[in-house]
Design a protein around this ligand. Sequence first.
Ligand code: C5P
Length: 248
Amino acid sequence: MQPGEKFYEGKAKILYATEDPTLVIQYFKDDATAFNAQKRGTIIDKGICNNRISSALFAYLEGRGVRTHFVRQLDERSMLVKRLTIVPLEVTIRNITAGGMAKLLGIEEGIALKPPVFEWHYKSDALGDPLINDDHILAMGWASAEELAHIRAESFKINEALKAFFNERQLDLVDFKLEFGRVVTASGKPSAQIVLGDEISPDTMRLWEHGTRRKLDKDRFRRDLGSVEEAYQEVLRRVLGQPLPAPR
Ligand code: C5P
C-alpha cells in the first residue's frame, strides 16, 4: 500500500495508509446514514466534532487503563490510529432503554437498566447487525472464549469511565456501540493484542441532557428532530469542558 492511498471508505470515515504499515489515518466525513443506510444526509461539520470528541474520549480512556487504537489527533478531521483487523462484532452497552432494545422488547424508552445490558451484534450491514450470543461467535470462530471475556470486561470498564465523564457534564450516557480489533504488526499480520477501535461519538452513543432529557446525538438525525448540527457542537463543547451557555 502506498502512503496516502485510500484503502477503506465506510459510511462516516475513510482510512488512508501511511509510510508505517502499522499506522493508518482515520478521516471523519460529514456524511450521515441511518436505518442501514436507507436514510442518508449530511450533518455540517459532524466530521470535525466527531474527530475531536473521539480523540478526547480515546485519550481519556487510555488514561484510565483502556488500550485503544488512538495514537494522536492530526488535524481537524483526522487522527492517527494503529492499524487493526476488526473483529466482526459490535458491542452495545445500555444503561437506559432506547432504540433497538425498546423495539426488540416492546418497552418504552427511558427506563434505567441495572445492571447495564451487554449485547453482541454481528457486524453486517446486509443483515442489519443482528443480535447474537457467545455461542454464535465461538461456533463461527470469530473470537475465542478468552477474547470474548476480555472484550466484555473492557466494555464494562469503558462504560463506567464514560458514564462518570458524561455525568460530570450533565449528560446521561444512555447507550453506545464499540468495535474492537487485533493490532496489526509490521509484517501485516494480526497480533493477539485486542484494543478498542473505530470511534466514540454522538454517531455511536446516545446522550440525554440531565433533567430535560434533550437528545444530543444521532437520534436527532434519525428521527428528524431538528437542531442536529447544534447537538454535535453542544456535545463537543461539553467534552472539551468549555463553559456551558446560560440556560434559556
Ligand atoms: O439502535 P440501537 O439501540 O441498537 O443502538 C444502540 C447504540 O449503538 C446507539 O447509541 C447507536 O447510536 C449505536 N449504534 C451504532 N452503530 C450501529 C448500531 C447502533 O453506533 N450499527
